[in-house]
Design a protein around this ligand. Structure first.
Ligand code: FAD
Ligand code: NAP
Ligand code: NAG
Ligand code: NAG
Ligand code: NAG
Ligand code: NAG
Length: 748
């Protein structure tokens, strides 16, 4: 530790030595030389020092030498500018410099007779103390000039390359934005009524319209892009599942991340061309190189910090711009953090080598580097997944530690680099403020949101029903909310849950849904037909019915419904609180988050979901069946283990939508009980046993879509979403270019 401070102090003169701007190089070179050469100071009344500062303002030998150096090498403008500045500095000690005319008495011949300083006379440690006026040799002067030039060049290039990290991401974001716009334009173009002039009789057959639509070069390119870039995983087929401890991003994400790594590697490796022997700061080439590498990696790493924060927060504005989801930015967040950590370690290694020489194996890791390395190593997959809360709390504490230690680390540069840290702090504060705003926008009396929690043992599902009449933002399909329980358990934990559906005050999950006769198609609720289980209710088990009655009585008008699987920690506590009876808990609701996908613009929609993933089709149902929707066929394939969950969902949560002619539901029960209860299900629900054949389902949907737009939406276990993704890629390869793949991930 002590050595650390010694070294730090050793570094300060190097680090904070103010490097002159190019127009001060000439004067600066003379000053650099005479701040290293030592003059006899015994003729001065006080002070015993060398170099910059007070003595240099009144040591006549030094002043004469400096003036002569200026006279010999610098133009009058350079000289005057430099002297004026130095004079200003001397006033700090109540001293003034004598006028430049004091060296007028020296003739050029006198100059020739003066001692000419050479490099070894100003190389640290300096042993000679001058009792006379001296001038630098031309060689030494140029070395000093080059030293300043090199230092200035490097400092500029470090900053430029640091800023390049931002330019890189600006380009990436712009590409994302323009591809979003392009997709919008293609969709416009693809509409036959936009560009197809007066169709003749035989032109109007769907096949011809479709082949016409398909011939645009942009569309072919777009299909290829989907086929090879944006949809498939980088290699193999696992995107949601992990391989060993890694998650594999999609190709387009990998290309982005790869480019970022390459740019970092290149920018940390080039532009060290000014390394030369005889540098007055660091005589040895190896030392200069180390110093410059250390500075470069340090600056670039510090510049990257702001990106890590920008990509890691919940309220990431870039998500709204590009439409990329949290999972994508989370990948970027991780990779930028890894790159920045490697750079911080290189920075420390290079400094160690610079100060102790290459043979030293001990590494001087400063606290900032240590904190960054710690964050990275505590974010490994098993910890992130297995002990999420521990991971999160460690992550927050260590991030604060990184900012604080970094702050003190760069403080010594007179605030020159603190500018890189402010964005991190602002981004964080911004995120926290928006989070508070979101909580308040849901309910100004945020402490007063009382949610009803029910649990059904046979379906092993917790349902949380939250009244939202106080919310300023209306619930939208495909969004999710973070939930904190304010009661007694784990107040600090907030967990994301997808909105299954919301009920408005007119159409709520109340008892009348089950007692009134079913409305006929085209009646007052054209967007969604109500399902009446009258035909089958007598076959229901009493527990099921009780559960339905319970839930429907508990639901107040206009509420959000969440379908939650108890896993561990928080969700298990939710379950336990409602084990015997439905519970009323105070909850903090933060949201909505996430984007609603434009699924209603597709003629065909296939939902491939597993378990609680059914929340996604449920939440989109209303919008898909609304009047302005283009969806003519909506197919839901749902793999589910518990029959009770299936029965509840179909009878209650679907709220009759299964009766709509556009909707078809295929349920795959993977763990059937002996006590079969499928008879209670409406006829339109196909029930199968065992897992669905994901490839077959997607292929069938693609075939049936007959080259009209098809959206495939996956939400479920990693293996299932990966299978779906792979099947979509294969269909794109088979020429079904109108397929879009959407994934709603429950895991980041
Ligand atoms: C966008 C999104 C929507 C989701 N929607 C639903 C849903 O509708 N129904 C449902 O049952 N589950 C949903 N989940 C999963 C749900 O958030 C987790 O099951 C829950 O957080 C588990 O917490 P736990 O304490 O019970 O278990 P833990 O053992 O603490 O966590 C289990 C796993 O859940 C994940 N997780 C935990 N906490 C968080 C968090 N705060 N943020 C992100 N991931 C976390 C981690 O990967 C962790 O490994 C969703 C997750 C996400 C990201
Ligand atoms: N990481 C977490 O702790 C966590 C927490 C909450 C939710 N989630 C995620 O939320 C989603 C649903 O959770 P859940 O607990 O409700 O699910 P679940 O009960 O496990 O149901 C998943 C269903 O999908 C089937 N399935 C799995 N892989 C398949 C495949 N490749 N092809 C076809 N069918 C497949 C399963 O069949 P089998 O019965 O044959 O397996 C099962 O019927 C999953 O993504 C889950 O990972 C994760
Ligand atoms: C410095 O100068 C004084 C007289 O001006 C002289 O006595 C002394 O020896 C000199 N010191 C050195 C180190 O030359
Ligand atoms: C420094 O400032 C003083 C007072 O302003 C002035 O007399 C002197 O000439 C200046 N010296 C130089 C070298 O400019
Ligand atoms: C009950 O089902 C039959 C046949 O499936 C149907 O004709 C009848 O209309 C249904 N009755 C009600 C009340 O839904
Ligand atoms: C549905 O399609 C028609 C024409 O094909 C188009 O004008 C309309 O905007 C589409 N509706 C939506 C919601 O996309």
């Amino acid at each position: 530790m002590q050595r650390f401070f010694v070294v730090l102090i050793l570094c300060i003169p190097f680090a904070s030595a103010k490097i002159p701007a190019p127009n001060e190089f000439c004067f600066g070179a003379c000053r650099l030389i005479f701040s290293t050469a030592q003059f006899n100071t015994t003729n001065l009344k006080t002070g015993e020092s060398w170099g910059y500062g007070a003595p240099a303002c009144r040591n006549e030998l030094q002043i004469h030498s400096l003036y002569l150096c200026n006279r010999q090498f610098c133009s009058p403008e350079e000289r005057d500018r430099g002297l004026a500045k130095w004079n200003e500095t001397c006033r700090f000690w109540d001293l003034t410099l004598p006028p430049f005319s004091i060296v007028d008495s020296y003739t050029n011949e006198d100059l020739g007779h003066l001692h000419h300083l050479e490099l070894d006379e100003v190389t640290w440690p300096v042993t000679i103390i001058w009792n006379e006026v001296v001038v630098p040799s031309e060689h030494l002067f140029h070395l000093a000039l080059n030293t300043l030039d090199a230092a200035h060049f490097e400092r500029r290039i470090h900053k430029l390359y640091g800023a390049s990290m931002y330019y890189f991401w600006v380009v990436v974001i712009l590409l994302g934005l323009s591809s979003r716009c392009a997709r919008f334009l293609i969709n416009l173009k693809g509409r036959p009524d936009v560009w197809q002039p007066l169709p003749t009789q035989e032109d109007t057959t769907p096949e011809i319209i479709h082949s016409r639509r398909g011939c645009s070069i942009f569309e072919t390119l777009y299909t290829l892009l989907k086929r090879y870039m944006s949809v498939p995983a980088t290699f193999g087929y696992t995107r949601s599942q992990n391989i060993w401890w890694c998650t594999i991003p999609t190709r387009i994400q990998s290309i982005t991340i790869g480019s970022f790594i390459i740019i970092n590697t290149v920018l940390c490796s080039i532009s060290y061309r000014v390394v030369f022997t005889g540098n007055l700061y660091w005589p040895e080439v190896a030392t200069q190189l180390c110093r410059y590498i250390a500075d470069r990696t340090g600056v670039v790493s510090t510049a990257n910090l702001a990106l890590i924060w920008a990509f890691g927060i919940r309220n990431n504005t870039l998500m709204w711009l590009t439409g990329w989801d949290f999972a994508t930015y989370n990948n970027f967040h991780r990779w930028v953090a890894r790159v920045a950590t490697v750079e911080a370690i290189l920075h420390s290694v290079a400094y160690t080598i610079m100060i102790f020489g290459v043979w030293r194996v001990e590494l001087m890791l400063d606290q900032a580097t240590l904190a960054m390395a710690a964050i990275c190593s505590f974010s490994v997959y098993p910890l992130r997944r297995g002990l999420y809360e521990t991971f999160l709390q460690l992550h927050i504490v260590l991030s604060i530690l990184v900012i604080v230690t970094m702050w003190y680390h760069v403080e010594i540069f007179n605030g020159e680099y603190n500018g890189y840290l402010w964005p991190c702090i602002f981004i964080w504060i911004f995120d926290r403020l928006v989070r508070i705003l979101r909580v308040l926008s849901f309910n100004l009396k945020f402490w007063n949101t009382k949610a009803t929690v029910t649990f059904d043992l046979t379906s092993n599902i917790v349902r949380v029903i939250v009244p939202y009449s106080t919310s300023f933002i209306q619930p939208l399909p495909g969004t999710f909310y973070y939930i904190n329980a304010l009661n007694d358990f784990r107040i600090w934990e907030s967990h994301p849950f997808t909105l299954s559906y919301s009920t408005s005050s007119q159409e709520d999950i109340s008892l009348d849904t089950y007692s009134t006769p079913p409305s006929s198609p085209g009646s007052n609720t054209p967007s969604r037909l109500r399902f009446s289980p009258q035909n089958s209710s007598n076959q229901k088990s009493s527990s099921e019915l009780d559960n339905l009655l319970d839930r429907s009585q508990l639901a107040p008008p206009s509420s959000l419904v969440f379908t939650i699987r108890p896993y561990d920690g928080f969700t298990v506590q939710l379950r336990d609180s409602a084990l015997a009876n439905p519970a009323t808990l105070r909850m903090l609701i933060e949201g909505p988050y996430g984007e609603t996908q434009p699924l209603h613009t597709f003629e065909n929609v296939l939902f491939m979901v597993g378990g609680t993933g059914i929340a996604i089709p449920l939440s989109y149902m209303d919008k898909q069946l609304a009047e302005d929707s283009n969806t003519t066929s909506l197919h839901i394939v749902w793999a589910v283990r518990e029959q009770q969950f299936l029965a509840d969902t179909i009878t209650t949560d679907f709220r009759g939508a299964v009766e709509d002619k556009r909707v078809s539901v295929a349920v795959f029960v993977t763990q059937p009980d002996k006590d079969e209860q499928f008879s209670c299900l409406p006829k339109m629900v196909e029930v199968h046993h065992g897992r669905p054949n994901v490839y077959g389902v997607v292929e069938e949907a693609a075939r049936r879509s007959c080259h009209t737009p098809l959206a495939v939406v996956a939400c479920g276990p990693g293996q299932m979403t990966d299978d779906t993704r792979k099947a979509v890629v294969q269909m794109l390869g088979k020429g079904y270019g109108k397929i879009e793949y959407f994934e709603e991930s429950f895991n980041w």
